[in-house]
Design a protein around this ligand. Structure first.
Ligand code: NAD
Length: 314
């Protein structure tokens, strides 16, 4: 199987590649290393199991030839920073919507039929019932990042309906774990490394979201793809519960050995404009396919904190 992973040098992409290489795929990575880390996949490149193209997916002309002879595309490339949209308003349009169009167009031109897409729980917006089922609607995102994910889903639906593609859309909860390069746990550890006496927490700390461990996430992706065969397959990926930001702060302070640090909340019900204070996805559809996650939210947070402390503190 010849597989393209866009964003394959990223946090989730690199874990997916570990699995694809393990199962014997010929893997081709397209990544411009804007937030990716080449060391995450260097071992696979050195052993000729992964071919790496340092190319920006915004250039359709450059990526077109790479798609010839490909069986399946895992499209993970995107701007990972939801907050950035509050300052730079065209990042998600370019790195999300346009890039997804380019990937689909390169697939159409090369007659590649299968795509899996990394979407997000944020497409549901903030008034969704919790846990949110896949058929909840209408879903109106409140961040530019969420809008680009919804646009990506729409484009995929259009290519499925118009050009006969087959697609798997995955709406991720917060994915955390080994090689994490962003997100709340990563931020807290960095803040405490810089100043072990205090930890600033954005918002009032009562934000409550679901967390999924990254190996559970990539295993779930591959499980769903292997067990489903509709033209368009839509799945939430998450865990059974939530963890509050206050709880995460307490875990990080404890695990870093900084119990004396003062935890200071900036106030307000959310971390930034466009943040969704409470989110939890229903994962019944995933579980109906016989998949079981290894970690619920708090276990995933504790596990990730320990792993990232080693990675960040050395
Ligand atoms: P990441 O930043 O580690 O990975 C994204 C990768 O895409 C990076 O390697 C980056 O260099 C690459 N990239 C970005 N723009 C590119 C471009 N124009 N051309 C080529 N490469 C480009 O982030 P991640 O956490 O691994 O996220 C992977 C995917 O999952 C993203 O689409 C993200 O939106 C989605 N997602 C992640 C989470 C999460 O909690 N981490 C939650 C929901 C959805």
């Amino acid at each position: 199987m010849r597989t393209i992973v866009t964003g394959g040098a990223g946090f989730i992409g690199s874990h997916l590649i570990d699995r694809l290489v393990q199962r014997g795929d010929e893997v081709i990575v397209i990544d411009n290393l804007s937030s990716g880390v080449i060391e995450f996949i260097q071992g696979h490149i050195d052993s000729n199991q992964v071919q790496f193209f340092n190319i920006d997916l915004k250039s359709l002309e450059q990526i077109k030839p790479i798609f010839v002879g490909i069986d399946m595309v895992f499209h993970l490339a995107a701007n990972p920073d939801i907050r950035l949209g509050t300052k730079i308003t065209d990042t998600d349009l370019n790195e999300g919507t346009i890039v997804t169009y380019n990937v689909l167009e390169a697939m159409r031109l090369a007659d590649v039929k299968k795509i899996a897409f990394a979407s997000s729980s944020v497409v549901y917006g903030e008034d969704a019932p919790m846990p949110t089922p896949e058929n909840h609607g209408p879903s109106i995102p409140i961040s530019l990042y969420g809008a680009s994910k919804q646009a990506g889903e729409g484009l995929i639906g259009a290519y499925v309906g118009t050009f006969g593609l087959q697609a798997w859309i995955f709406r991720f909860a917060n994915i955390i774990g080994h090689r994490g390069t962003h997100g709340v746990i990563f931020d807290f550890i960095h803040k405490l490394k810089a100043d072990p006496t205090r930890l600033e927490v954005l918002g009032n700390g009562l934000q409550e979201k679901s967390y999924m461990e990254v190996c559970d996430c990539v295993d779930a992706i591959l499980h769903v793809v292997s067990k489903t065969d509709q033209a368009l397959n839509l799945y939430n990926l998450g865990s059974h519960d939530t963890c509050s930001v206050r709880n995460i702060a307490a875990i990080v302070v404890r695990e870093t050995g900084n119990e004396g640090a003062s935890i200071e909340y900036t106030g307000g019900d959310r971390g930034w404009a466009g943040d969704i204070p409470k989110a939890m996805l229903a994962i019944d559809r995933l579980e109906a396919l016989g998949f079981r996650i290894n970690y619920d939210s708090e276990e995933a947070v504790a596990h990730t904190t320990r792993v990232l402390i080693k990675e960040i503190m050395g």
